[in-house]
Design a protein around this ligand. Structure first.
Ligand code: 5GP
Ligand code: MG
Length: 185
C-alpha cells in the first residue's frame, strides 16, 4: 500500500491540529442546540467523523446516510444518488439541529443532494462540514459552513477517502502514483 503513494498532502498531525480548531468553532456555534443530529455521509467520512465527534462534547445522535457518486475506479463524479437502504436519517427532523459531515467537496453534487433531501425533512437548523474542499469553481461555489482544508484539484486518498474502496486506512491524506490510478477511468 505504501508503495502506491506519490506524496503526503496533509499529514496526521496537521489534521489533528486543524480538527482541534474546527471542533472548537462547531461547539461554540452549536452549544445551544437542544437536539443535535450528526449526519455522516458514508463511507468516506468515517475516519473524519470519528475524530471530530470525540472533540465535540455535546449530546448528539448520529444518523448515517450513503450517497453514491464515484463507482469503483472512477475518479470523476458520475452523478449523486441517496442509497435508500443506507438512509438512517428520520423522515421528520422537526426541531432538530443537523450537522452534515462529508469527506470532500468536489463537484458539489453530493452535498447539494444531501442538503436538499434533509431540508425537506424540516430541521430547525442545517449545517454542513467537510474535511476537504477542492480549489475548483464547482466546489468553491457550493455553500458549506465548515471546511477543514482547501486543497488543489488532485485526486486524494487516505483518512477515509478511497480509490476503488482501497486506501481508506492510510492515516494521512495522500495522492497516488499515476500508474495506480488507471488512465481514463
Ligand atoms: P461531489 O459530489 O462533490 O463531486 O463529490 C463528493 C464525493 O466524491 C466525495 O464524498 C467523495 O466520495 C468523492 N470524491 C471527490 N473527490 C475525491 C477525491 O479526490 N478522492 C476521493 N477518494 N474521493 C473523492
Ligand atoms: Mg463520499
Amino acid at each position: 500500500m505504501q508503495a502506491d503513494i506519490q506524496s503526503v498532502l496533509i499529514d496526521r498531525a496537521a489534521i489533528a491540529q486543524r480538527l482541534d480548531q474546527m471542533s472548537r468553532q462547531i461547539v461554540a456555534d452549536l452549544h445551544g442546540a437542544a437536539d443535535l443530529t450528526l449526519v455522516p455521509i458514508l463511507t468516506g467520512s468515517i475516519i473524519f467523523v470519528s475524530d471530530l465527534i470525540r472533540r465535540i462534547p455535546l449530546k448528539m445522535r448520529i444518523r448515517v446516510m450513503s450517497v453514491t457518486s464515484y463507482p469503483g475506479t472512477a475518479t470523476t463524479s458520475r452523478g449523486a444518488a441517496v442509497e435508500a437502504a443506507l438512509d438512517k436519517v428520520p423522515q421528520s427532523l422537526a426541531g432538530q439541529h443537523v450537522l452534515v459531515v462529508d469527506d470532500i467537496l468536489d463537484s458539489g453534487g453530493t452535498l447539494r443532494l444531501v442538503v436538499d433531501t434533509l431540508r425537506r425533512r424540516g430541521p430547525a437548523d442545517l449545517r454542513t462540514c467537510v474535511l476537504l474542499r477542492k480549489q475548483i469553481p464547482s466546489a468553491v461555489a457550493t455553500p458549506v459552513d465548515y471546511v477543514a482544508f482547501d486543497i488543489p484539484d488532485h485526486f486524494v486518498v487516505g483518512y477515509g477517502l478511497d480509490y476503488d474502496d482501497y486506501y481508506r486506512n492510510l492515516p494521512d491524506i495522500c495522492t497516488l502514483r499515476p500508474e495506480v490510478v488507471r488512465a481514463g477511468s
